[in-house]
Design a protein around this ligand. Structure first.
Ligand SMILES: NC(=O)c1ccc[n+]([C@@H]2O[C@H](COP(=O)([O-])OP(=O)(O)OC[C@H]3O[C@@H](n4cnc5c(N)ncnc54)[C@H](O)[C@@H]3O)[C@@H](O)[C@H]2O)c1
Length: 269
C-alpha cells in the first residue's frame, strides 16, 4: 500500500500496458484518474474494480485526446474535483500512426505521432504540475520506448517522438527536482500486449533473437517499475531513463562462437 490516497493520472489506460499499470497502482491504494481516447477505458475500470475496492482506491475515468491541450486541462480539472489534487502522472498514451520508409512517411502521420506521444505528454505535465508544486511532492513517469535510443526501422516519427520524450523528462527534472518532484522515463522493449501478440511470428522471433532474455516482456513488469517510481521510495531517482527490455539495448553481435551465431539465426525455426 505504498501509494495509499495518492491521486494518480494514467493516460492510455484502456491499452495493454495502461491496464496493467492501473491495476498495479490501484492494488497499492492509489486513487486513479484513467484517461484514454477510446471506450476501452471502461473495460479497464471494470477489470480493476475488485482490486480497487479491496484497496479502498477510487477510480475516475474520462475520454480525452491527450493531443488536445484544452481537453486535457478540462479533464484534469474534473479529475481533481472528483479525487483531489494530483500527485502522480503516468504518460502512457502512445501510438504508431505510420510504418513506412522515411521518404514515404505521410505528413499527417508524422504530425500525429509527435502530437500524441510527445506534445500529449507535455500537455499533461503542464496541467498537473501546479498541484504537485503546491504539495511539494510529485511523481511523473513517461513511457518512452527502446526506439528512443535505437531508432526503429520504418518508424521514424515514433522513434523521434519517444526520443523527444527523454528530453522533456530531463527538463522537468532540472526545473522541478528542488520542489520534491521527480520525472523519469521507462524505455520498454517488446512487451506482450494484444497488439504485439498479433504480429507475425517471424517478426517477434527475429526480435527475440536479438533480445538476451529470449522472451517478450510482460505488462506487469512495466507496471512494477511504474509503481516504484510513483512511490516515496524512489525520491532520489530523477531524470533517469530506465530500460525494461530484457537486455535488448545491448550489442547483439557475437564474435566468439559460431554455434551461438547459428542458434540465433535459427531461433524460432
Ligand atoms: N507494447 C510494446 O511493446 C511497447 C514497447 C515500447 C513502448 N511502448 C509504449 O507503451 C505505451 C502503451 O503501449 P501499449 O503497447 O499498451 O499500446 P496500446 O495501443 O495497447 O495502448 C495505448 C493506449 O493509448 C490510447 N491512446 C492513443 N492515442 C491517444 C490519445 N491521443 N489520447 C489518449 N489516449 C490515446 C489508445 O486508445 C490505447 O488504449 C505507448 O506509449 C507505447 O508507445 C509499448
Amino acid at each position: 500500500m505504498r501509494l495509499q490516497n495518492k491521486v494518480i493520472v494514467v493516460t492510455g489506460a484502456g491499452g495493454g500496458i495502461g491496464r496493467s499499470i492501473a491495476a498495479r497502482l490501484a492494488s497499492e491504494g492509489a486513487h486513479l484518474a484513467l484517461f484514454d481516447i477510446g471506450d476501452s477505458v471502461d473495460e479497464t475500470v471494470a477489470a480493476i474494480a475488485e482490486v480497487a475496492a479491496g484497496a479502498g482506491a477510487h477510480v475516475h475515468a474520462a475520454r480525452v485526446d491527450v493531443a488536445d491541450a484544452a481537453a486535457v486541462r478540462d479533464a484534469v480539472d474534473r479529475a481533481r474535483a472528483a479525487l483531489g489534487p494530483v500527485a502522480g502522472l503516468v504518460n502512457n498514451a502512445g501510438l504508431t500512426a505510420n510504418v513506412a520508409p522515411l521518404l514515404r512517411m505521410a505528413d499527417d502521420a508524422w504530425a500525429r505521432e509527435l502530437a500524441v506521444n510527445l506534445t500529449g505528454s507535455f500537455n499533461l505535465i503542464r496541467a498537473v504540475l501546479p498541484d504537485m508544486v503546491a504539495q511539494r511532492w510529485g511523481r511523473i513517469v513517461n513511457i518512452s520506448s527502446a526506439a528512443a535510443r535505437g531508432g526503429l526501422f520504418r518508424q521514424a516519427g515514433y522513434s523521434a517522438s519517444k526520443a523527444g520524450l527523454l528530453g522533456l523528462t530531463r527538463n522537468v527534472t532540472l526545473e522541478f527536482a528542488d520542489q520534491g518532484i521527480t520525472c523519469n522515463a521507462i524505455l520498454p522493449g517488446l512487451i506482450e500486449t494484444p497488439a504485439v501478440a498479433k504480429m507475425p511470428k517471424v517478426i517477434t522471433d527475429y526480435a527475440l533473437s536479438l533480445t538476451p532474455a529470449r522472451r517478450l516482456g510482460q505488462t506487469d513488469e512495466i507496471a512494477a517499475v511504474v509503481a516504484f517510481l510513483c512511490s516515496d521510495e524512489s525520491g532520489y531517482v530523477n531524470g533517469a531513463e530506465i530500460d525494461v527490455d530484457g537486455g535488448g539495448r545491448l550489442c547483439p553481435m557475437v564474435l566468439g562462437s559460431v554455434r551461438e551465431v547459428e542458434a540465433r539465426r535459427d531461433f524460432g525455426r
